[in-house]
Design a protein around this ligand. Structure first.
Ligand code: ZN
Ligand code: ZN
Length: 287
């Protein structure tokens, strides 16, 4: 094989691997990475062979480049679909396992009943869709894998809100949306995040809404430098603070809200001192 052909084949191979990631998602991408499962090597070999074929086609005909790529794309999709029929993926850690496995070999978590391929069979019309699709290509029904994922997400969110009740009882509950919710407990600081998946406008509106909710619940600006980004409330002598000032540091559609008990600078009920009156010489010598 000439240098040119080999270089082309490598480029195609790389493109294919990237294409797999884009087209059919992380789960199947893992199967084309060698060493992961028995399917991985077989699939990688098939894809290499397909890439070889594509290179040959492209080299032999002048009009073949586009066609060769299209063929290659189809082959890859077919191999991935084939592999997905015998493959489960752990919803907790993402490790692939064979169809007869009940518990994840990586983390011990319970694996789904269905393989990836079965999860892409339409419950309404029976079409076998490609793995990674959310809705049936023929009739638009939500596919089982996507439905299961949505349900898992919902129950994880519900868990976060349950943690909220225990960890943040003094603060009004977040009810301002977000696709995926997180709660993290640092030593003296609890951090709550709500992902808005690429919609920073919605994220900003949600934070604004939450500030209003806080103020309706008696939280208010306090201290020497009062601001609505830092809201405080005193309950039984203890100050509770919500920090939304650094909400979008690093992530514009996933606001990060901090909760803690730090006192506002200058005290909760800080009163600005009256400016001192200027004293003139005349005042000093007045009788
Ligand atoms: Zn696992
Ligand atoms: Zn369908």
């Amino acid at each position: 094989m000439s240098f040119l052909k080999r270089a082309f084949r490598d480029a195609v191979s790389q493109g294919v691997r990237k294409g797999i990631g884009d087209a059919i998602g992380k789960a199947v991408q893992q199967t084309v990475e060698p060493r992961v499962t028995q399917y991985a090597n077989e699939t990688a070999q098939r894809i290499d062979k397909a890439a070889d074929n594509a290179a040959r086609q492209a080299a032999e005909s002048t009009a073949g480049l586009e066609g060769a790529f299209a063929n290659l794309g189809r082959s890859v999709q077919n191999y991935a679909d084939l592999v997905s029929r015998d493959l489960k993926v752990c919803p907790q850690c993402g490790q692939p396992a064979s169809a007869d496995t009940k518990f994840c070999p990586g983390c011990g978590g319970k694996l789904p009943e269905q393989t990836l391929g079965q999860g892409a069979v339409c419950p309404a019309c029976g079409k076998q869709n490609s793995v990674g699709m959310k809705y049936c290509a023929d009739c638009g029904t939500m596919l089982p894998a996507a439905a299961a994922e949505a349900q898992a997400l919902e129950s994880r969110n519900a868990q976060v809100m349950q943690q909220w009740e225990q960890m943040l009882p003094q603060y009004p509950k977040w009810n301002c949306g977000g696709r995926e919710l997180y709660i993290d407990d640092y030593d003296s600081y609890i951090c709550f995040r709500a992902s808005f998946s690429g919609n920073d406008q919605a994220a900003r509106q949600a934070v604004e809404q939450y500030r209003q909710l806080l103020q309706q619940n008696g939280f208010r600006p306090a201290g020497e430098y009062p601001t609505v980004e830092q809201l405080y409330k005193r309950i039984d002598g203890v100050v509770y603070r919500v920090d939304t000032e650094h909400c979008f540091d690093g992530d514009s559609d996933c606001p990060s809200i901090g909760f803690d008990r730090s006192e506002p600078r200058g005290g909760f009920d800080y009163v600005k001192p009256e400016p001192r009156k200027k004293t003139s010489l005349k005042d000093l010598f007045r009788f």
